[in-house]
Design a protein around this ligand. Structure first.
Ligand code: SPV
Ligand code: MG
Length: 298
């Protein structure tokens, strides 16, 4: 089952998750960010739920984007790259049946894999600091959902990454280990252990204590511990590193700077040295080639 394009991407993702070097994904929020990520030599593309909510919908990352909207964004992002795409599917958008349907729809759409986290619906972005308490699904329920989704999978190669939010929720290292064990046992293909501890103390506690280490790949999102290189994180025990939101933040900063200058100077030339040329944009989407094809004989 599955097209050869999807199968190639899934095989590449599985090889990357088993490779003896860091497997690095960068977060895309749209098709062009996906294309650019590939042209800078990264290994995979992460569909950032945060990025899609923010850039496509101008909404906060609070489970407001639906499964259908996330799938649509993921298909556009996947279409713009030959790299494998790992789609951030939040908590699977509801209950057990929603998680199962999410896996089936993304698999049938040719995406290489999905990531599902154990935040209760409606989730809140993990980096958000202004909240009193974060609620997680009970570990048994999340394991049940993962098991059910994996049982519904139609190909052998589609990748399900189970994301553990126990450290983000302040439940500590033991709880994180228990969840990682349960999700691995339920059939997850990799574990994303999320943390916002800048010192990396929590993560190192997890890496020291987790017995499943070495048996299943571990994934890191180092947004809040940004000083470690991909190789340093690999050497600590992470197979996949996701640089989740940097293109989005670059785009917002660049647009704000240009709009600020335009609003003050009131003429286009003021920003010309700071923006991509129109020809560069034409080149990025292979405009000349498309027109040559339209005008070719025959
Ligand atoms: C995302 O990019 O949507 C993520 C990563 O889930 S984070 O924002 O760090 O939670
Ligand atoms: Mg997300």
């Amino acid at each position: 089952m599955g097209s050869s394009r999807a199968e190639k991407k899934r095989a590449a993702m599985r090889a990357g998750l088993a490779a003896e070097r860091p497997y690095v994904a960068v977060g895309a929020h749209d098709a062009m960010s996906s294309q650019l990520i590939e042209s800078y030599g990264f290994d995979a593309v992460w569909v950032s739920g945060f990025g899609v909510a923010t850039m496509t919908h101008a909404l906060p990352d609070l489970n407001l984007t639906t499964m259908t909207e996330t799938l649509r964004a993921s298909v556009l992002i996947d279409g713009a790259t030959t790299l494998p795409v790992l789609a951030d599917c939040d908590n699977g958008f509801g209950g057990l049946s929603n998680v199962v349907r999410t896996l089936i729809e993304f698999e049938r759409s040719g995406i290489a894999g999905i990531c599902v986290e154990d935040n209760l619906f409606p989730k809140r972005n993990s980096l958000y600091t202004g909240e009193a308490k974060r609620e997680l699904l009970p570990v048994e329920e999340q394991a049940r959902r993962i098991r059910a989704a994996k049982a519904a999978q139609e190909t052998a190669t589609f990748v399900l990454v189970a994301r553990v939010e126990a450290l983000i929720a302040g439940h500590g290292v033991e709880a994180a280990c228990q969840r990682a064990d349960a999700y691995a046992e339920a059939g997850a293909d990799a574990i994303l252990i999320h943390s916002k501890d800048k010192s990396l103390g929590e993560i190192e506690g997890f890496l020291d204590r987790w017995s499943g280490r070495g048996e299943i790949p571990l994934v890191a999102v180092p947004t809040l511990f940004p000083d470690y290189t991909d190789q340093e994180l690999y050497d600590k025990g992470f197979q996949m590193i996701i640089l989740a939101n940097h293109p989005m933040r670059a785009a917002v900063r660049a647009m704000e700077d240009v709009l600020d200058t335009l609003s003050v100077q009131r003429k286009a030339a003021a920003v010309d040295p700071h923006i991509a040329t129109v020809d560069h944009i034409f080149d990025l989407v292979r405009t000349k080639e498309a027109i040559a094809l339209e005008e070719s004989g025959g």
